[in-house]
Design a protein around this ligand. Structure first.
Ligand SMILES: C[S@@+](CC[C@H](N)C(=O)[O-])C[C@H]1O[C@@H](n2cnc3c(N)ncnc32)[C@H](O)[C@@H]1O
Length: 258
């Protein structure tokens, strides 16, 4: 069975340098950094690592990263970036081409300090089995970092675009068509926290990602460095503040073994 994401893969690759993507990756990195366990170096698993933006950041910081993905194309993109890295960074990254549905068979329970799963759960019609597998791989004192489409704020994007038909449906539904052309699924925070709890994990912290820049078009002019830093500071503040984080495009959850 192939990944639902595959039909949007080329669109995803084409948009990686856009403002929306830069905000997403930078915010997630900042929020994650403040929760990394103190011990060094960490053993990290990035499930659905794709082009490996976060995997590379962590490897450059000295951590050992296993990047798992079902896409040979995106893993190839990651490998090409790795070729230009210092040898010691390259040596700290291992890629595994595999379906995330097989996680339980691939790795021993409690094997990783940090497990990432960013932008993947929306392609799983039923999130429960993957959530349970992810939680099982986290060692005591470790963390799970999840990035999901925010089901509590799903009407925001079509509403701000003036698409009232889609907006009115989005209040009651969790399915949506995303910007890379894939029919996907959002998660409501309370339901996600409850599923995590069923799997022996508790939410340590949660954030909104992309409160102000979600509506930016793919071709939006990139701001200069000073303006980008100001924009990121506002996004970071909003992402950690109620009520703004509740209507962000994405929800970033840091969970830990209960
Ligand atoms: C939206 S991209 C996110 C990539 C990366 N995690 C990030 O946040 O930049 C989704 C990734 O999940 C991968 N993916 C989707 N379904 C998968 C599955 N069943 N098994 C493994 N990888 C999957 C895709 O190939 C793609 O690389």
């Amino acid at each position: 069975m192939g990944s639902k994401f595959a039909v949007g893969e080329e669109q995803w690759r084409a948009r990686l340098g856009t403002l929306r993507q830069v905000v997403r990756q930078e915010l997630v990195a900042r929020q994650l950094t403040s929760h990394l366990p103190d011990s060094r170096p960490l053993e990290v698993l990035d499930v659905g690592c794709g082009q490996g933006t976060q995997a590379l950041r962590l490897a450059r910081q000295g951590h050992h990263v296993t990047g798992l993905d079902s896409s040979p194309t995106l893993l190839g993109d990651l490998q090409r970036v790795l070729e230009d890295e210092r040898a010691e960074v390259r040596a700290r990254v291992r890629t595994v081409e595999h379906d995330a549905r097989d996680l339980a068979a691939l790795f021993e329970p409690g094997r990783f300090d940090v497990v990432l799963c960013h932008g993947v759960l929306m392609y799983f019609p039923d999130p429960e089995p993957l959530l349970a597998d992810l939680g099982r791989l986290v060692m005591r004192d470790g963390i799970l970092s999840l990035l999901v489409r925010n089901g509590d704020g799903l009407a925001m994007r079509p509403g701000l675009a003036g698409d009232w038909t889609t907006a009115s449906q989005a209040f009651d539904e969790l399915s949506y068509d995303n910007r890379i052309g894939v029919s996907a699924r959002a998660d409501r925070f309370d339901a996600l926290a409850s599923s995590l709890s069923d799997g022996g994990m508790r939410v340590r912290a949660w954030y909104g990602v992309r409160v102000f820049t979600d509506a930016a078009p793919a071709e939006a002019t990139f701001p200069d460095e000073q303006e980008l830093l100001a924009l990121l500071a506002c996004e970071e503040r909003a992402g950690a503040t109620d009520p703004y984080r509740r209507v962000a495009s994405l929800t970033h959850v840091i969970a830990e073994p209960a």
